[in-house]
Design a protein around this ligand. Sequence first.
Ligand code: NAD
Length: 332
Amino acid sequence: KPISKYSEQEASDTAQKLRKTLNQWGKDYYTKDNPEVEDSVYDAKYRDLQELEAAFPSIVTPDSITQRVGGEVLSGFTKVRHEIPMLSMGDVFSKEELVEFDDRIQKNVGYPVDYNVELKIDGLAISLVYEDGKLVRGSTRGDGNIGEDITKNLQTISSIPQTLTKPVSIEVRGECYMPKQAFADLNKQQEERGEAVFANPRNAAAGSLRQLDTRVTRARKLDTFIYTISTFDDLQVATQHEAIEMLEELGFNTNPTQRVCHNLDEVWQYIDEYQAQRDQLAYGIDGIVLKVNDLDLQGQLGHTVKVPRWEIAYKFPPEEALTVIREIEWTV
Ligand code: NAD
């Protein structure tokens, strides 16, 4: 039934059902690191809920998954409060929606802006806090406000510096991921031992990082790409692009594929390039991220309760769907 034909009561009942399903899937994904369904199935249901709530704003509840960062804190870990919340990210799936995003930004800012475009790494978000250049705390995103203290686990990852090249006090954020080869090796090993295999590298990374025994984390060959400076100390940085260069200078692993795009044609060029190379990359990506490059403008644009207004993810079609499309292309 089209949304326009719903009564308010029907919309409210349907939204409740959708929330229940999404919460259950979210629990399997975020807490057990063992998803029940593919991300594309989750994303489609999430979209249904978003559209319903947009058509009937009165049915929105504060605990709806559209109004909060999905994720929970495991009980075995010390809790960490994020001084600056770790938000989620809006996503789009088509060229038209990307144009709408760009239109919104231009309308808000008053002129066309540059975007820093990055790969969307398929891992989990981490926060690292340094005092006078020394790593003092590392944590997961959790529910966005409260995460898990996983400092000891993160210290086992060789790409995370214990000491920075400058004695700055900063918080940085990025992605912890499991390279494809490490994922294949781990699942092979799990199978040989008769243990459960992981659904995908993202869940394997999350499960490996949230281990009470740090020896398990150490054995899992995790890696990182750091892409955000959330508190700057007195670092002279004006754009997201420069922020990543500064992170590299400080000693972090950063992804070399970032690119400043001056318009959406250049963004599409980037998308085409990386969608074609996706299989050859040593790590999983599920799309690209578009970020307003100017950090002052980012601050001006701000965020909703759940997502920054200055960035958006363009998600690639799921890999299985692509395989089907390719098979069809080959057979006709
Ligand atoms: P998200 O994972 O889609 O996007 C936000 C995250 O992107 C950030 O937290 C960060 O960790 C990551 N990221 C990767 N590269 C980045 C870069 N270059 N710059 C900035 N951030 C980068 O959003 P989310 O709120 O964490 O999770 C929602 C997604 O999780 C859904 O879209 C769905 O695909 C998946 N999910 C799946 C299930 C399931 O059952 N399969 C359940 C719940 C959620």
